[in-house]
Design a binder for this molecule. Sequence first.
Ligand code: SAH
Length: 293
Amino acid sequence: MKASKSKRYFWAVTVTCLPESREALSYWLFSLGALGCEEVENRIIAYFEDQDEHALHQAVIRGVHRIRESGLPVDPQSIDLHRFPEENWMENWKRYFRPVRIGDVLCIRPPWHRAASPPMLDIMIEPKQAFGTGTHATTQLVLQAMVERRDRLPEQALDVGTGSGILAIAHAKLRPGSRVVGIDIDPVAVENARENARLNGVAAACDFRVGSIEAADERTYRLIYANLEKNIISRLMEALLQRLQPAGEILFSGILARERAELEKLLVQHGLRVTRVRQQDDWLLMETEKPHV
Ligand code: SAH
């Protein structure tokens, strides 16, 4: 289908998949030119500019087959394409970005939603390509853990895989006077994180850098946020530990419930004590502590 002159159209491509395939699938959809991707229950919805339906469908099918070849489950039969006119764009897109509340302490919202009233802290996140709009369980689990610690959040923290900057911004807001270093290998994420920090008035408290752990200062932290995923966590483990103070904590998120035993073993092998495990949907947060030596 061709773009008509009078009206602009978009495509919404929906694919049903299991949690372990979501990251690979959204990566693929972005590489096909998706304007944005959102997870809704067990589906990923990606939005595209108007284009030839057959070509788009075939490209998505190819992606799904590649993901299956790498051993991840996703069903090519589950792909659905829906074309809609521009006037329904915001409605389609915004539907997925509702304010998220963490207890009665934090409200995460897109800029077009009304601010929460004080004393609730208000955090605005501009939904772009970076992960971390606040709608995902892995982010919410970390935010819950932060809110519970709000009276003892340290002055300095490190956020590894900062995405939209949401955790660093929440830390800066919950602990006035603190300074958070947020790192991400994706330059687009870092740009979005900086924009979000400015939007929330905490740009001076947040230092966002492109890169992995080597991009953080040569110093140690009392608290490290690591909302990553199992394989990345295991790859970065040594480097994370080098940045952790004795009695310091790392909050690991992005872990699937069925990976629990494997992750726990890895953490214990590296001398960390698991102090608490939280679960939301299929996802786990593991709170860990490095014992005093
Ligand atoms: N902290 C946000 C985003 C988590 S998504 C939240 O909690 O919602 C994970 C992020 O980690 C992605 O933006 C990805 O680009 C980044 N990432 C992946 N591997 C990384 C690495 N080795 N070092 C730093 N960041 C990494």
